[in-house]
Write a protein that binds this ligand. Sequence first.
Ligand SMILES: Cc1cc2nc3c(=O)[nH]c(=O)nc-3n(C[C@H](O)[C@H](O)[C@H](O)COP(=O)(O)OP(=O)(O)OC[C@H]3O[C@@H](n4cnc5c(N)ncnc54)[C@H](O)[C@@H]3O)c2cc1C
Length: 438
Amino acid sequence: MQAGMYVYYVMGKDTMGTNAAGDHVVVVGGGVIGLCVAYYALRSGKQVTILEREPEGGDNCSAENAGMVVPSHFVPLAAPGMIALGLRWMLNPESPFSFSIRPALLRWAYLFWRHANRSHVEGCRSLLCGLNLKSRELFVELSSEFDYGLVKRGLLMLCEKQQTLESEALLAETAKGLGMEVEVCSASRLAEVDPDIDMEVAGGVWFKEDCHLNPHAFLSGLRERIAALGGNFRYDADVEGFTREAGKVKAVRIASGSSRADEVDADQVVIAGGAWSPLLARELGLSLPMASGKGYSMTLEEPVQLPRVCSILTEARVAVTPIEGTLRFAGTMEIGGRNLAVNERRIRGICKSVSRCFPRFAMQHFDGVNRWAGLRPCAPDGLPYIGPAGPGLGNVFIATGHAMMGLSLAPVTGHLVAQLLGGGLPDIDIAKLAPARF
Ligand SMILES: Cc1cc2nc3c(=O)[nH]c(=O)nc-3n(C[C@H](O)[C@H](O)[C@H](O)COP(=O)(O)OP(=O)(O)OC[C@H]3O[C@@H](n4cnc5c(N)ncnc54)[C@H](O)[C@@H]3O)c2cc1C
């Protein structure tokens, strides 16, 4: 983003010098990001309408994710070693990663490669950590407004191999340097930290500030709070385009196949369409490189054991979350098109890793269990897009591309976007997240 533009936004002025910020904000997308933007915008005194393509209670990537709040995730997806690891994984159909080569993803892959290096990782470490810690603070604040099962017991990175434990221990040192509370645990220490589940691992790292929650309860609680604050929801509202006038969007157009096709007047617009955001951005003439990263989750209603602390099986990249008496397992990152087809080989990979690390769990426990799939919106450098849309789009903001951290970063995203909508200076420097950065 050009420095001038940033100043123009934080001053809340348009190019004519008049006040840019009207009162009615239209948020496109009712996933966790759109809902958090709506919530914080309402709290700052805006009127808000959320336009969501799905019917009320419809599915999206936010619905059945692993529910983890992760200050521990300060390394972006684009990191050294990821390309070599990804290529190795692509040879194994049960591995947690695949990349489907298609022309639309070539630029994304090139940009990913450009960023998968040490200087990028070091350059965004404290930003990601700061965003996640601020978000955690906001989650704690929100939990006094409504109950969504927030559990503050940390997260265990469980390692099957000693070599993995050693590299996680190095990461733990970096985390300590960032001010986080972290403990490297032997297998016997893990049994003390979580005596409720048998583990067969070499050890693990306990990130004590991480949390977990019930994503469904969080979304429904947020929707209720938004309605109570006067927010307006329109479901079955598939946004197909925008009506522009004098360098601004003045209305958002809903497709004719939707329940009520029309235009919704907007003073400001926020694009929070998850993996579909690039299509919306294209309507505005903005290129938003993004890949869809498909992942699956399965929830056991009556698990044989219920851990107290959420965990990640480090080698298999499987997230394990106790959610109010049930146990959810989530994993895989299939970079490809926007389809939700379930690949049973990869599901098998998840189940195998679970029964290896938690010996009381057998493959059969997953028979007949619903396989949920969601599309993570992944920016190529592993950082979300948060900020003004760019030149010539005076009143449009983007909030998407959070990949594996969309739930974790949702409150801070809402908070920052509300500050931008109000014409204020965001209290975290988000220049690196500018949507027009590529
Ligand atoms: C298996 C799995 C596990 C995960 N676990 C975690 C976790 O533990 N912690 C974490 O932080 N993150 C996790 N994530 C990532 C997280 O779920 C996503 O980053 C997050 O849900 C993205 O939210 P979103 O609001 O951007 O997108 P979505 O939830 O996909 O919402 C976008 C919405 O926009 C709507 N939309 C799109 N286009 C239009 C249009 N044209 N008109 C109207 N509406 C439109 C869609 O219908 C959708 O409802 C996980 C993801 C997966 C798949």
